[in-house]
Structures are given as structure tokens and as C-alpha cells.
Design a protein around this ligand. Structure first.
Ligand code: DQA
Length: 148
């Protein structure tokens, strides 16, 4: 399968950014693990981090035509602000899992609303960077059942 991993704003700072909340792993660490997990099981994974809303939206649009089967997305702060990313995901109708490293429900109240969650296949939050691996595992399992 073709999996697209999208990482939103400030996630390029992982490792040094508020480590008491987000942990010590860097974005490169996460990307390497996911890549390994996917290729070991014979799947293709493409990954993109951007601080720009339109770059994420354009990539979501392109996914409609490039054979992307599933999207894993940590929309970061855009989770709580972006009707545009919501509309893009709804527009391409590709199944996706929403991931948050931190438990957004245990933090500021503005983090407790997501513009994406009701469209997502599922949401993983608060499990640290392990959430990415669990999301990939869940996506691959889901694709296997739907292609049977
Ligand atoms: C985050 C949670 C968001 O509220 C925050 O803006 C982020 C990261 C997380 O992974 O825990 O940048 O999505």
C-alpha cells in the first residue's frame, strides 16, 4: 500500500521543543522508524513536514491522484484552527488517522477541539511518538481488511 505521513507546524522542532511534553525523539527519528516499519512489511511510505497550511493542503490534493491509500496526519496546531485542512481531507476522501504525541485533552482547553476528528478513522493521542507506529499498524490492518 501507499501511505502518506503528514506532519504539521513546529514538528520539525521535535527533540528540542518542550521535551517535557513531546519527548526527546526528533522528527528524523520518527521518520526513520516509520520508514523501516513500512518497508519491512512491503509498503511504501512518503513523509512530509510543513509549517505552511497551503503546502499540507496541496499535498493532500495531490494524494487524490497519486495512489495514496491512507494518510497519517499530526496536524499539530492546525488541528485546532484549520477548516481548510478539514475540507481538503474531506474533499479527497482518503481514510486518515489523526495523531497527537501529547494528550491534548489534558492540556489547555483550546487544544480539546479538533476540526478533523469526526472525519478520521481514528485518533491516537497521549502515547508519545509510539502513536505513529500504532497508527501505521492500524492503517495497514485496516487496508488489509478492506482489500479482502
Ligand atoms: C500536537 C498537539 C497540538 O495541540 C500542538 O499544537 C502541536 C502538537 C501533538 O502532537 O501533541 O503542535 O499535535
Amino acid at each position: 500500500a501507499n501511505i502518506l505521513v503528514l506532519q504539521g507546524p513546529n514538528l520539525n522542532l521535535l527533540g528540542s521543543r518542550e521535551p517535557e511534553i513531546y519527548g526527546a525523539a526528533t522528527l528524523a527519528d520518527i521518520e526513520q522508524k516509520l520508514q523501516q516499519q513500512a518497508s519491512q512489511q512491503g509498503h511504501r511510505l512518503e513523509q512530509l513536514q510543513s509549517n505552511a497550511e497551503h503546502v499540507l493542503i496541496d499535498r493532500i490534493h495531490a494524494a487524490r491522484l497519486d495512489g495514496t491509500d491512507f494518510i497519517l496526519i499530526n496536524p499539530a496546531a492546525f488541528t485546532h484552527t484549520s477548516v481548510a485542512i478539514r475540507d481538503a481531507l474531506a474533499g479527497v476522501a482518503i481514510p486518515f488517522i489523526e495523531i497527537h504525541i501529547s494528550n491534548v485533552h489534558a492540556r489547555e482547553s483550546f487544544r480539546q477541539h479538533s476540526y478533523l476528528s469526526d472525519l478520521a478513522v481514528g485518533v491516537i493521542c497521549g502515547l508519545g511518538v509510539q502513536g505513529y507506529e500504532l497508527a501505521l499498524q492500524a492503517a495497514l490492518a485496516q487496508l488489509e481488511t478492506t482489500s479482502l
